[in-house]
Design a protein around this ligand. Structure first.
Ligand code: TK8
Length: 353
């Protein structure tokens, strides 16, 4: 009898050992071949990055993503493949960011405004009239202060690899020319899903509605909203001129993009691969910024050629907008933490010298 028990026990032991051995080549549940679950080793078989953005394939953001793909696939000799999805195919900024947290997607590049729903401090970069120009924005975002904000993403199972550029946001609408704060009165303006944006447009007298970018064109087409605000590149390349009649150079917010990677995927990369994806995100971001800036003035000319009525905002009118919005900024400075906000202000002053 004892012999039978010994045989059964031996057979069971062999079976268990064989089962553990077969996970050597295993992939984790997300299918992105991250760390081997059993022994925690960073596996070296081909990994796939599913990279989704909201803007279409004509936008510099997508051309930057193709540059990222080119660099990563070349430098890893194909060990990491990058699949690119534009036009919100994988969802909007918030849902794609949540997908990274879940590990069902590996990269997305949202604006900081929706990202503030995950790390509230990011709202500081959406303070109206914060950055005076792109050069100062680059120096602050790519420096120590910008990195401090990226570090805050790790608690959300996100890794911030670089800042890219959405750009200076400008108002469009289908109702009337907007030259002063008074012209905002009652306009139904779509904003990004960020309470600071909502409160800033309320302070100007508008009637704002938060909405995902993927729903925006239809909402303007159906008159659900009168207007929206985005950089000229997005307004032109998303063909908003087909459903909007008036554009003003409010330049009310410089909007950064943040190149995000799922932390669970990033942690499954080898150290060399982590360096490659980080450097690729930075290099592709510099390329994207360059493309975005080269064409910014051209995009405004294109909008006028497509029949939009352009209104120039005078410095006096802009100052009136700043004064009306200041109480909202003061409120969020307290919520974010006045020391954190002061660090950003000091970095901007330093970069502006
Ligand atoms: C695209 C968005 C867009 C943003 C917005 O995914 O939602 O208006 O400016 O660029 O991130």
């Amino acid at each position: 009898m004892k012999k039978i028990y010994a045989l059964i026990l031996t057979a069971l032991l062999v079976f268990v050992l064989a089962a553990c051995g077969s996970n050597e080549e295993g992939t984790n549940e997300s299918g992105s071949n991250g760390t081997d679950e059993d022994n925690g080793e960073k596996t070296t078989e081909t990994k796939t990055i599913r990279a989704g953005i909201g803007l279409n394939e004509d936008h510099p953001q997508y051309k930057g993503l193709l540059k990222f793909k080119e660099i990563v696939e070349e430098k890893t000799d194909g060990a990491i493949k990058v699949e690119t999805y534009a036009s919100g195919q994988l969802g909007d900024d918030r849902t794609m960011t949540e997908a990274l947290q879940l590990g069902t997607q590996e990269v997305t590049i949202p604006s900081t405004a929706p990202l503030a729903n995950f790390v509230p401090e990011f709202s500081v970069f959406d303070f109206p009239f914060l950055f005076p120009n792109e050069e100062v924005a680059d120096e602050v975002l790519d420096g120590e202060v910008g990195q401090k904000f990226l570090d805050k993403l790790e608690d959300q199972n996100l890794v911030g690899l670089a800042y890219w550029e959405n750009g200076f946001r400008n108002l469009t609408n289908s109702e009337r020319p907007v030259a002063t704060a008074a012209d905002f009165d009652g306009l139904k303006i779509r904003t990004m899903e960020n309470n600071l944006h909502l409160e800033a447009f309320r302070a100007l007298g508008a009637n704002p509605t938060p909405m995902a970018f993927t729903e925006l064109f239809t909402a303007m087409q159906q008159g659900t909203v009168d207007g929206q605000e985005n950089p000229f590149a997005t307004i032109y390349l998303s063909k908003f001129y087909e459903v909007q009649d008036y554009v003003s150079n409010t330049n009310h917010i410089y909007s950064p993009f943040v190149f995000l990677m799922s932390k669970s995927f990033y942690d499954g990369l080898t150290e060399e691969q982590q360096t490659i994806v980080k450097e690729a995100a930075v290099e592709a971001g510099q390329y994207e910024r360059k493309l975005n800036r080269e064409a910014n003035d051209k995009y405004l000319d294109n909008l006028i050629e497509e029949g939009m009525t352009y209104t120039e905002i005078t410095p006096e009118a802009r100052q009136e907008m700043i004064d009306l919005i200041q109480p909202v900024i003061d409120k969020y400075a307290k919520e974010i933490g006045e020391d954190t906000v002061q660090e950003v202000y000091d970095a901007i002053d330093e970069a502006s010298k």
